[in-house]
Design a protein around this ligand. Structure first.
Ligand SMILES: [Zn+2]
Length: 345
């Protein structure tokens, strides 16, 4: 089937109370890992590429790899999403490339580092919504500032600083009314990258009550949790056991994400966990078989390790088992829907 607009999948997830992992990719093996996990669990998927990933893989390679994934998996609904678009231009070029969903992150200026004003955020998000919806493409926006940096994107706030830039529920309501975005990334104390928390996060650190309040005000807007890798100790241990140096760190516990899903979170961004799984598997081969030099000898176990972590998340978020039940609407169908909804969005 053709790539699916993200709105269709998130609407279905909302109707059936599940969350969908959005996994980042840069190359063929990562796409294969996600697709294999999806096949084995009958899960619909969101595959996402950051600006850095698009530059690394070259848009055309990525596009054709995604088309290959769709061709080889005709029963799996696949969304292709631009993660953290830094400007309307980045989102427009993604749409040109066939992405069925884009994130306009107007919480930061175009440099992807400097926190912006609310007015700037509304302006750029609205601009993207107008163009994207006219083509049936979904738009995710962000309000509030997340901690950490990922792929060079982020204000670089520490966990404590990020707590001062949480999403304001009243402002979120206003923002969605003004922009017409389909999904909203909220800042609730999570950070990008592997070093999220120096101790196990509790209710003090992760503000689940904010999610609940935003969901109450915006029951029809799909909430997105960024920086939601769980950074499992076993994956960090494998890396360190085979010569790596990852210092003690904690991610977002899967149970906290499930709590978020109960309160309107429909998209859960996971990148770090895949990276950790891949790196651990490669280090293990290098350490145990220093004589090997065929890239397949370490890329295969790396792909399997990522598949396993993705599978575990798909099951935990509740998307497993739904692939064949998601409506197969196209960008054309969504274009008509947005048109009928009229006015904003
Ligand atoms: Zn993010």
């Amino acid at each position: 089937m053709p790539l699916l607009p993200m709105r269709v999948l998130l609407d279905h997830a909302a109707e059936n109370d599940y969350g969908v992992g959005a996994f980042n990719v840069n190359n063929m093996e990562q796409i294969q890992a996600i697709m294999e996990a999806a096949r084995e669990t009958n899960s619909p998927v969101i595959v996402q590429a950051s600006r850095g990933a698009r530059a690394y893989s070259d848009d055309n390679y990525l596009r054709h790899l995604m088309l290959a994934a769709a061709e080889l998996n005709p029963t799996i609904p696949i969304v292709m999403h631009q993660d953290h678009g830094n400007s309307p231009q980045t989102c427009f070029s993604a749409i040109e490339m066939g992405f069925t969903s884009v994130m306009m992150d107007g919480s930061l200026m175009e440099d992807g580092k400097t926190p912006s004003t609310y007015e700037y955020n509304v302006k750029v998000t609205k601009e993207v919504v107008e163009v994207a919806h006219a083509k049936g493409v979904t738009v995710e926006a962000e309000l509030g500032t997340l901690g950490g940096i990922e792929d060079g994107h982020g204000a670089g706030l520490t966990g404590d600083e990020a707590l001062k830039h949480l999403t304001d529920p009243a402002q979120a309501e206003e923002f969605v009314a003004e922009t017409g975005c389909d999904a909203l990334a909220v800042a609730i104390g999570t950070s990008h990258g592997a070093y999220k928390f120096t101790r196990k996060p509790t209710g003090e650190v992760l503000k689940m009550d904010i999610i609940a309040e935003i969901h109450r005000r915006l029951p029809n807007t799909h909430l997105v949790m960024h920086g939601s890798s769980s950074v499992p100790k076993e994956l960090v241990d494998i890396i360190n056991q085979y010569g790596g140096k990852i210092r003690e760190t904690y991610g977002v516990p899967v149970e906290q994400i499930q709590e978020g899903i109960r309160h309107g979170v429909r998209k859960v961004n996971v990148d770090t966990d895949s990276r950790l799984a891949i790196t651990g598997a490669i280090r293990k081969v290098f350490a145990e078989h220093p004589e090997k030099f065929d890239p397949r000898d370490y890329l295969k176990p790396a792909r399997t390790a990522m598949k396993e972590v993705v599978k575990a998340r798909m099951i935990a978020f509740g998307q497993a088992g739904w692939a064949d039940k998601v409506p197969t609407l196209t960008l054309e169908d969504m274009k008509r829907k947005y048109h009928d909804m009229g006015a904003v969005g």
